[in-house]
Design a protein around this ligand. Structure first.
Ligand SMILES: [Fe+2]
Ligand SMILES: [Fe+2]
Length: 247
């Protein structure tokens, strides 16, 4: 699969090949949705088991990860975010197709859940979980239905996707103090565990490494290592050379 194609689930099938795969930079966002889904599976298990302590621990990890991902979409500070990139280039599509509305709806629901969390009312957090999960899943699907075709179009139109991701999207969060542990490491363990029969972790890590410089990559690499099992780290290293940034 070439660098200019993005499948709906951004994963190629080249992991058994000796040919080094091309990075799919947009997988930071697309496989990011699989991180959110994987964490929702974990949360669901804790809710089913009525394990309040486990649920609260996971909730904290989940919300922080979601916030980093949402900053990449909504923008933060001087970084405009993915929705603004879509709006500027595709006739205000993030507004007209309701992506921004999904975010405000989800933010309202999150605020209520966060209230339970801070009050340590884990019983209410768990009893409202299933509705919250449905709302979140609806938001992910709505985004994928718009984003995936538009990203393909951006590729065809010759957009500098890596530059867009680095300057306008991922940089909304990547200099946050705990980005390595809160975002990189969490994505690695979740995607390794919830791989869906695809090399999700490798594709996500490759995407991250393809859009950054050596200095930032050197900061993130220990978190890649901490997030993956030693076997998975060794395998991914043999496929995409984790020691340096770039392709
Ligand atoms: Fe979103
Ligand atoms: Fe998203």
């Amino acid at each position: 699969m070439g660098c200019c194609q993005v499948k709906n689930d951004a994963n190629d099938t080249m992991d058994k090949s000796s040919i080094k795969p091309d990075p799919i930079p947009f997988a930071i966002m697309r496989n990011g949705h699989e991180v959110i889904r994987g964490l929702m599976i974990e949360l669901d298990e804790a809710a089913q088991a009525n394990n309040e302590t486990k649920f609260a621990e996971l909730w904290k990890v989940f919300i922080i990860w979601m916030n980093h991902h949402a900053a990449m979409e909504d923008g933060k500070g001087r970084v405009k975010g993915f929705f603004a990139v879509l709006n500027e280039n595709f006739n205000n599509i993030a507004v007209s197709e309701g992506l921004e509305a999904h975010h405000s709806q989800l933010n309202n629901a999150t605020r209520i859940m966060e209230g339970y969390f801070y009050e340590k009312d884990y019983r209410s957090l768990i009893s409202n979980w299933s509705n919250y999960r449905k709302l979140n899943e609806k938001h992910l699907i709505a985004e994928e239905e718009i984003m995936m075709p538009k990203v393909q179009e951006m590729h065809k139109l010759g957009f500098p996707i890596k530059k867009n991701l680095a300057e306008d999207i991922v940089s909304a969060a990547w200099d946050e103090v705990n980005f390595g542990s809160e975002f990189v490491q969490v994505a690695c363990w979740v995607l390794e565990k919830h791989h869906g029969g695809m090399p999700r972790a490798r594709v996500f890590i490759h995407a991250l490494k393809s859009i950054t410089d050596e200095q930032r990559w050197a900061k993130w690499l220990p978190y890649v290592k901490a997030g993956l099992s030693p076997e998975q780290y060794f395998l991914i290293d043999s496929q995409i050379e984790l020691s340096s940034a770039g392709n």
